[in-house]
Ligand binder design. Structure first.
Ligand code: NI
Ligand code: MN
Length: 228
C-alpha cells in the first residue's frame, strides 16, 4: 500500500508500492512548517499541482529542474512551465483523468483563485483543481484550495482518504470541511492548509470532534506518515 508523508500546509509526498515517488503541491523552502527542504527530498518521479498559487507551486519548477520529475498540472500551468524550460510535463484539466505508470490522476473542480506564481504576464491564469489519485488499489483525494462545493457529492463512493483544507479565510473552514466529509463519505480524512500562518490558525482536534463518527480523522504533523 502506498505511503503518504505530510510536509505541512498542503504539501505531501507519496511513495507507491512500485517505488514511484510523487510530490503534491511542493512548498518546502519558504514553508514555515515544512519538515524538509527541497534539496533534501532526493529522488522524485512526478510533481502534481492543484493550482498555481505560491504556497502550492513555488517549488514545482525548481524541483522539476533539479530532479527531472514530470510536472502534472492544468494545461495553463504546464504551458507556463514550458516557457520556463520545463519540458517533462503532462497537462490535464478539470474532469479529465489519465493513467500514469503508477496509477490514475483525475482533476476535480475547486472554487478558488487561478493566478500562477511567477507568471508576470497574467496570460497563464488557470482554473484551480483538486486531484483524485487512484494508486495501489486505494483512492486519495487532495481537494486543493477550495470552498465547499456541491460537486463534492459526486466524489461519494470514490474516495478512501480525503485531504481537506480546514484553515478558513482562503478555503473551507472546519464547519464546511465537515459538510465536505458528509458529501464525500471517505474512510479517512486528513486536515490540511491550517496552522501555517496565524491567518489560518485552527485546532485540528476540534475538527476531529466535529467530524465525529463520520470518518476517521488522521491529524498529521509535518513529517508524519499515513499508509493509505
Ligand atoms: Ni491557493
Ligand atoms: Mn493555498
Amino acid at each position: 500500500m502506498a505511503s503518504l508523508t505530510y510536509h505541512g500546509h498542503s504539501t505531501f509526498s507519496l511513495r507507491t508500492d512500485d517505488g514511484t515517488r510523487i510530490v503534491i503541491d511542493p512548498f518546502f523552502d519558504d514553508n514555515p512548517v515544512s519538515d524538509v527542504k527541497r534539496s533534501e527530498l532526493g529522488h522524485v518521479d512526478f510533481i502534481l499541482c492543484t493550482h498555481g498559487h505560491t504556497d502550492h507551486f513555488v517549488d514545482a519548477l525548481p524541483l522539476a529542474r533539479e530532479t527531472g520529475a514530470m510536472l502534472v498540472a492544468t494545461y495553463e500551468i504546464v504551458a507556463f512551465a514550458g516557457t520556463q524550460g520545463i519540458e517533462n510535463s503532462h497537462p490535464l484539466h478539470i474532469g479529465g483523468g489519465r493513467d500514469f505508470p503508477f496509477g490514475r490522476v483525475k482533476m476535480t473542480p475547486a472554487i478558488h483563485g487561478g493566478q500562477v506564481h511567477g507568471d508576470d504576464t497574467g496570460q497563464y491564469t488557470t482554473n484551480p483543481a483538486g486531484l483524485l489519485i487512484n494508486v495501489d488499489g486505494r483512492a486519495l483525494y487532495h481537494a486543493g484550495d477550495t470552498a465547499l462545493t456541491m460537486d463534492m457529492q459526486l466524489l461519494r463512493g470514490q474516495v478512501d482518504v480525503a485531504l481537506l483544507p480546514i484553515g478558513d479565510n482562503f478555503t473551507m473552514g472546519p464547519d464546511d470541511a465537515v459538510r465536505a466529509v458528509e458529501f464525500i463519505q471517505p474512510e479517512v480524512v486528513v486536515p490540511i492548509h491550517y496552522n501555517t500562518w496565524p491567518m489560518i490558525e485552527q485546532d485540528p482536534e476540534r475538527f476531529r470532534d466535529l467530524v465525529g463518527d463520520r470518518a476517521r480523522v488522521e491529524v498529521l504533523e509535518p513529517g508524519g506518515q499515513l499508509t493509505l
